[in-house]
Design a protein around this ligand. Sequence first.
Ligand code: NA7
Length: 865
Amino acid sequence: MNKPASVPDQFDAVVVGAGFSGLYMLYRLRQLGLSVRVFDSAGDVGGTWYWNRYPGARCDIATPDYTYSFDPELEKEWTWSEKYATQPEILDYLRFVADRHGLRPDIEFSTAVTSARWDEQEKRWTITTGRGEEIRCRYYIMATGCLSMPKSPDIEGVGRFAGQVYFTSRWPHEGVDFTGQRVAVIGTGSSGVQVIPLIARQASQLTVFQRTPNFSIPAHNGPAPADRLKQLDEDRDGYRHAARWSRLGVPNEPTDVLGVTASEAVRRERFEAAWEQGELVGIVSVFADQLLNPASNDIVAEMIREKIRSIVKDPETAEALCPKDHYFGTKRPCLDTGYFDTYNLPHVRLVDLRKQPIVSITEDGIETADESFGFDAIVYATGFDAMTGALVAADVTGRDGLSLKEKWAAGPSTYLGLMTAGFPNFFMLTGPGSPSVLSNMAVSIEQHVDWVAGCLEHMREEGLDTIEPTELAESGWNQHVQDCAAITLMPTANSWYMGANVPGKPRVFLPYIGGVDAYRQACDDVVGQGYLGFRMAGPGGARCQDGVIRSMQPDVAMVLDLIAALGLPPMETLSADDARALMAATAATRPPGPEVGEVTDGVIPGPAGDLPYRLYRPAGPPEGPRPLVVYFHGGGWVLGNLDSDDPLCRDLCARSGAVVVSVNYRHAPEVRFPAAALDAFAAVQWVDANAIELGGIPGQLAVAGWSAGANVATVACQLARDAGGPHISGQVLICPVADSDMTRLSYQENGDGYILTTALMRWFWDHYADPADRGDPRAAPLRGDLRGLPPTCIVAADFDPLRDEGVAYARALEAAGVPVRFDRARGHTHTSVTMVDVIISGAPVRAGIGEALRDFFPSAEPQGI
Ligand code: NA7
């Protein structure tokens, strides 16, 4: 379609792409009364559904959900014919939407945008198209889709083949008849899995070249799921609302069943139900921990492998089709119709490229390391340069001549997946850093479009005409995106989510895995906080509320939410005994921590009676004595015992390779200051004196502690120095109580809501020490003489009221000439670092502690966790 002669060259907004997102963006911008031009290189609307016309192409989200929800009338008028619509039906739907809302006049088809350049003087973008047009606009919006830029096949000799060549992503509109032909398909992702059974129906020979077997479950296609339709009929708004606030963009009750603890019967029942349901949202949620815990993941993976083995008759082919090199869900799982059955057909053969890699495409076919194959046609189902490919394909140049490609050379950087600093008024729909491909795209697209439309409306109302994220907000978001991925198994796979399918592409987890609901909340919170992290300007003035929208580790936030939901009474409102009972009850259900070689209990003669201890010896070699660590538990001198910190002690033991001796000291209010500190010093003396009997290396002794335990540990170091011994090689102080001054900034910032509160800390101090004693260095070690103390590792958590006294102690030690290793527990609270196997993001912090301990003792080796 040619550009009508009357089209002006100035618009409020230019949108690239006329697929699901571009069409709705156009609709919303028009609603705002903005002038808009949409460009698409395709001949019609449809986006990815315009191009991916290969036989068998279908959506993999059920149609009641894979649909627009912005227009109730449209919902009434359109009825999907199947559970998973075919590509032609989805294309018809998008045409129907375009016609219904009269969208086409604002769309210029068969026109690619080749470059876009920001003009800082004019505060406008200049867009150039493949037709040589130049268009100016205030807002430039990429609605280019996540899977729209085909990956060029990275195979030797691609151009050499003399027969027919097809790409699933660019299928001929007139279709292809493979009848009687010898056909090769390269690639077994969703496209390959969908197209293979249909090509097999026509071809005389079909050879599938598989590099990585994929997990696939039967789609059980048919009519749209009756239960979903019923819910929609009864309460359409409620259903759509539930989708918007769900994790994946499809209403689904989250489970709390853990794969690792569920019975075999429950595991089987949940898996079979998901298999029967035939929906991705079900199979990725069989267990709450399947994307976090390798053992849980393997349960689901093995059950799928069992299914594959039961379908495919030839055992060697079956085994080759069984995915074993990645965790289930870390590469996009497929939905299929008869995929595995296809390999039972006599004219279909699987070639395992792990056993015989492709050497080259030849004129006649394909040559592998073992064989030469002749073909009439080769079909490439080799995937896409996902999520970033289409965004950097056009030459986008922001402020100061910086191109998007240059800015993203080491991986994409966005704020909320919507914008990127240095590129004012440039929006991406479902860009990297948003849930996008990990969600129902229809829901995520509507959310993004609504957010952008709301933002532009706000700007107009406020007399603003430029918007751009700040560097701080953007780097904070990038960090959050990576933190969310890091607690899952996702980064372990060579997936297109990681950019790993395109040679040379930086390996970064691209989408946001925190969930559609959490993401929506973050976007809403940004707006609620005055467009936090955005710099806006215009005739109405300039404004910027800078900051980071999510800086807590995602699993820490989740656990805090879970704890809040329990509605427990604040500790400081309880008696010491009730608080101890509550702590013991919550500890009873947590994971036990890593296995260690040996755990034995004993007693130490203390200044006023025996002190119980528990000794942890690492597993495995080397035999013989190990360095010793005397550990003191946390609990504000009031709570805690040998059991309370047991998982942490196991973890420290395994990571450090040292024998850990956890000592219980006398508690307040029964026995007050300075009893705990004196007990700690006595314990250190006794362990040193009995090093050989405890399996330790004499002279290799460190102390460690958490919270009040770190307080008594470091006081013991001060006392040992003053007493001329024992020699202590180092101290590890995890979120230490170093002072009794509760006015520091970290108290103001974090004194309410992160388990250890100001009120609780006051309660601890009141139980432990009289106000007159609280300045004594044995209570507030920061106030003591710090010269000559052993090398120190201090861990301070961002969301801890004690953070700043940990920082102050580290600085003061350094000033006193003590070697200090300071580890910031980024995004953590006072308690989260110690929650072994509960808070996954705490593991790297504890790995650092293990390293610090090993550095105190050059001979130590970890047992390996
Ligand atoms: P995918 O999922 O990226 O699949 C591409 C497939 O092609 C995959 O099996 C690749 O193996 C294979 N491939 C890619 N390059 C090669 C080479 N050089 N040699 C052999 N095999 C190769 O793309 P799809 O189009 O199937 O699906 C994309 C998404 O669209 C899908 O996830 C849905 O969300 C819809 P590899 O795994 O890289 O070893």
